[in-house]
Design a binder for this molecule. Structure first.
Ligand SMILES: NC(=O)c1ccc[n+]([C@@H]2O[C@H](COP(=O)([O-])OP(=O)(O)OC[C@H]3O[C@@H](n4cnc5c(N)ncnc54)[C@H](OP(=O)(O)O)[C@@H]3O)[C@@H](O)[C@H]2O)c1
Length: 264
C-alpha cells in the first residue's frame, strides 16, 4: 500500500480524494492550512488532514496541489526524502520545483482540467529525468481516477496541453453562453435554452466520440447545401471563426510560456 500526501486540499485534491478514498492500493493524507477546508475534507472523505506534512519516505507520493504563487512558501519545510513528486501547479517548470525541493528530479508535471471534478478530466503528463517506468504507472493510475491521461515527451509541450485541454473547458463554456444569449434573444425561455444547449453539447460530444469520422466530416454531415445549418455556418466563416480559434489557442500558449518564465 502506498501513501499519497496531498499538499493543498482544494478542488482538484477533493476530486482525487473522492475517487481514490476507497482504493485499497493507497492511504491518503492531506496537508491543508485552512481550518474550514480541513473540516470539509475530514467530513466528506474520512481522510487524515493536518496543517503540515510529516517527513516522507522514498516509497511515498507527494501531490502538489496549491496555487503556483503559494508553492515556494508551501514547500519550504517539506522533507520529501526522494518521494515521487506529482505537481498539478500550472506553469511551474520541473527545474523550478526541483530547486525548491533539494534538487530532486523525480517529478511528474501534470496539466489537468476542471472536468476532473466530475471524473471527466483530461490531463497531460510529463516525466522529469529521475522518474521510473513504475513511477509513470503510478502517476497515470492516479490521474486516470479523475479522467483520461496522455504523456508528452518534452516539458514545453505542456504549454500546448494548456492551450487545448487545460483552458479548453472555458472555450466550451464561452460558446455555450453565446448560444444561450442567442436562444434567449430568439424568445426561448432560459430553462428550456439551458436544457437544449446542454443536451446538444453532450450529445454532439458523445456522437463524435463514438463515430469513426473526424470533426469536419461530422459537421459536413449535418450541413445540407443551402439549408438552415449552412446559413448559420456561413456567419462563422464570414467572421473567420477558425482563424479566431487559432489565434486564441496561440495567445493561451504564449501566455503559458510567459507565466512560466516570470515564475522562473
Ligand atoms: N482547477 C483546475 O482545473 C486546475 C487546472 C490546471 C491546474 N490546476 C492547478 O491545480 C492547483 C490546485 O488548484 P485548485 O483549484 O485545487 O486550488 P485551490 O482550490 O485554491 O486549492 C489550494 C488549497 O491549498 C491550500 N494551501 C495554500 N497554501 C498551503 C500550504 N502552505 N499548506 C497547505 N495548504 C495550503 C489553500 O488554502 P487557502 O485557500 O487558505 O489559500 C487551498 O485550500 C493549482 O496549482 C492550479 O494551478 C488546477
Amino acid at each position: 500500500m502506498k501513501n499519497i500526501y496531498f499538499l493543498g486540499g482544494g478542488n482538484i485534491c477533493a476530486a482525487l480524494l473522492g475517487r481514490l478514498k476507497d482504493d485499497t492500493r493507497f492511504r491518503l493524507f492531506v496537508a491543508e492550512q485552512n481550518p474550514e477546508r480541513q473540516d470539509f475534507l475530514r467530513q466528506n472523505f474520512s481522510v487524515e488532514v493536518n496543517t503540515t506534512l510529516p517527513e516522507l519516505t522514498p516509497n511515498d507520493i507527494l501531490l502538489l496541489a496549491v496555487k503556483p504563487q503559494d508553492m515556494q512558501n508551501a514547500l519550504q519545510n517539506v522533507q520529501h526524502h526522494g518521494a515521487l513528486i506529482l505537481s498539478i501547479a500550472a506553469g511551474l517548470p520541473c527545474k523550478t520545483l526541483s530547486k525548491w525541493l533539494n534538487n530532486t528530479h523525480r517529478i511528474v508535471r501534470i496539466m489537468p482540467n476542471t472536468p476532473a471534478q466530475i471524473g471527466m478530466g483530461m490531463a497531460g503528463l510529463f516525466a522529469d529525468c529521475e522518474v521510473s517506468a513504475e513511477d509513470k504507472n503510478q502517476a497515470e493510475y492516479i490521474m486516470n481516477a479523475v479522467g483520461k491521461t496522455f504523456w508528452v515527451n518534452e516539458e514545453d509541450e505542456l504549454h500546448t496541453v494548456t492551450a487545448v485541454s487545460g483552458s479548453g473547458p472555458a472555450y466550451v463554456f464561452y460558446m455555450m453562453n453565446a448560444m444561450f444569449q442567442a436562444a434567449i434573444s430568439l424568445g426561448m425561455d432560459s430553462k428550456t435554452a439551458k436544457t437544449a444547449i446542454l443536451q446538444t453539447v453532450i450529445g454532439s460530444a458523445q456522437l463524435a466520440e463514438q463515430s469513426e469520422e473526424d470533426f469536419a466530416e461530422l459537421q459536413r454531415k449535418v450541413t445540407s447545401k443551402g439549408g438552415t445549418t449552412a446559413a448559420a455556418l456561413s456567419i462563422f466563416d464570414e467572421a473567420k471563426l477558425t482563424t479566431i480559434m487559432q489565434q486564441a489557442l496561440e495567445a493561451c500558449h504564449h501566455r503559458s510560456v510567459e507565466m512560466g518564465q516570470s515564475i522562473d
